[in-house]
Design a protein around this ligand. Structure first.
Ligand SMILES: C[S@@+](CC[C@H](N)C(=O)[O-])C[C@H]1O[C@@H](n2cnc3c(N)ncnc32)[C@H](O)[C@@H]1O
Length: 400
């Protein structure tokens, strides 16, 4: 054990992941002593195109923020690593998390998340507002109209979460479109609500990316569809952005979509969005699920998982994870390449998983089908989406 209480190997891994590997997002250390808490964090920023690091120190409720050049940041990290006594250190990178808890006895307990694929800016801006998709064009009128910005054009504190979600969603759309030659795109937003995303997607893709876009938002609520239509009129985009009041299950956008979106469509509305996307033969599906109830009650009690089932919160999280796992695997069976990613931080919303799928593989691949059947048989459940896609799924599952 070195004087840092962290082994040299562990300290070396942290230095490497912060300064040498791509995708560093943030490192935070929290020290609690004698009833007071000292928190320090470092994250990368870009200032006038130069790579810098922003340090944030909070002590006794007072926060100070300071920018450092790489040498200053290295020194700051060394100070963190040399800290002694009980503390917690959390390192976030695009590829995964590292968590270290140093106990009162000076023992470092280390845990690492599984490999992830988070959306991380290569060089996050010092002032985040400057480098987001929604600041890459003149979005003032849009943001004010949809209520994300106030009359002076400032992002409302209560809408910061929505603003971040929309920006991140646009970045994922960018990642889908990069490498695609066609400049026309038909998009459906399932469970569009007040159309924050629907209208932002249209504005961004036409104004920043130069696409010829049609977008249709679908929602069962008459009031939000009324608001969305009025907003499209105000923004003078109603000819290309339309809205349908109705169930996702039986609404028609009036064109063949290339891209189907859903952001926090409730419960099985996410499955319905996926199902419609498959039926419409949409090449791309991007869905951020919301509350999910379907497996919460159908997961069986007993067996080796009883220790998990006993605790409501663990059971709920397991059910959520399994629901998304089943969705991803069903999409794989049906010919999609699937990426499951964290699209905003878990601090921002617990509903922060995004399923990104592209139809580009021959459906019914033996490996995908057998993995699916094994998973389904182990948990002894039939996911809602399988039942919904019964005919198509039956065709591939019955071969095995
Ligand atoms: C939580 S809101 C999200 C709205 C929007 N996507 C956003 O992120 O701001 C979910 C929306 O999905 C709609 N919705 C839920 N289930 C639906 C269904 N089966 N068919 C149509 N709309 C649905 C609700 O009416 C609601 O407006």
């Amino acid at each position: 054990m070195s004087r840092t209480e962290l082994s040299e190997e562990l300290a070396g891994e942290i230095r490497k992941r912060v300064f040498e590997e791509p995708g560093f997002m943030k490192v935070t250390q929290v020290v609690r002593r004698g009833g007071s808490t000292f928190r320090v964090s470092v994250r990368p920023v870009a200032i006038k195109g130069e790579k810098r690091y922003q340090g944030e120190m909070t002590e006794a409720g007072q926060t100070t923020v300071k920018n450092f050049d790489p040498d200053g940041a290295r020194k700051g990290l060394e100070d963190m690593l040399e800290q002694t006594g009980p503390r917690e250190l959390h390192l976030m990178t695009a590829l995964g998390d590292l968590h270290v808890r140093v106990t009162k006895k000076g023992k470092a307990l280390v845990s690492r998340s599984a490999a992830m694929s988070r959306v991380a800016d290569a060089q996050p801006a010092h002032d985040r507002v400057k480098r987001q998709p929604l600041t890459s064009f003149d979005s003032g009128a849009l943001l004010k109209a949809i209520g994300i910005a106030d009359a002076d054009g400032r992002i409302r504190a209560s809408m910061r979460g929505k603003y971040d979600q929309v920006n991140q969603f646009l970045k994922v759309i960018d990642s889908v479109l990069d490498g695609r030659d066609e400049k026309t795109l038909n998009i459906v937003d399932c469970g569009c609500g007040r159309a924050y995303l629907t209208l932002a997607v249209y504005a961004y893709l036409t104004q920043t990316r130069g696409y010829d876009v049609r977008v249709c938002g679908i929602d069962r609520r008459a009031d939000v569809i009324g608001t969305a239509r009025a907003l499209a009129d105000t923004l003078d985009v109603a000819a290309r952005v339309s809205f349908v009041e109705g169930e996702i299950a039986d609404s028609e956008p009036g064109f063949e979509p290339d891209l189907v979106l859903s952001l926090h469509a409730c419960d099985t509305a996410t499955d319905e969005a996926l199902a419609r996307g498959i039926e419409w033969k949409s090449r791309y599906l991007l869905c951020v699920p919301c509350c999910q109830h379907e497996l919460h009650t159908s997961l069986k009690e007993g067996g080796p998982m009883q220790a998990v089932m006993r605790h409501g919160i663990l059971r709920e999280r397991l059910a959520d994870l399994l629901t998304d796992t089943f969705r991803a695997q069903i999409l794989r069976v049906l010919g999609f390449r699937v990426n499951v990613m964290e699209f905003v931080s878990a601090e921002a919303t617990a509903r922060n998983i995004l399923l990104k799928a592209e139809f580009c593989v021959k459906p019914g691949q033996a490996g995908a089908v057998s993995e699916y059947l094994e998973l389904r048989d182990f948990w002894k459940v039939t996911p809602w989406l399988e039942t919904r896609m019964e005919k198509l799924m039956g065709k591939y599952l019955s071969r095995y």
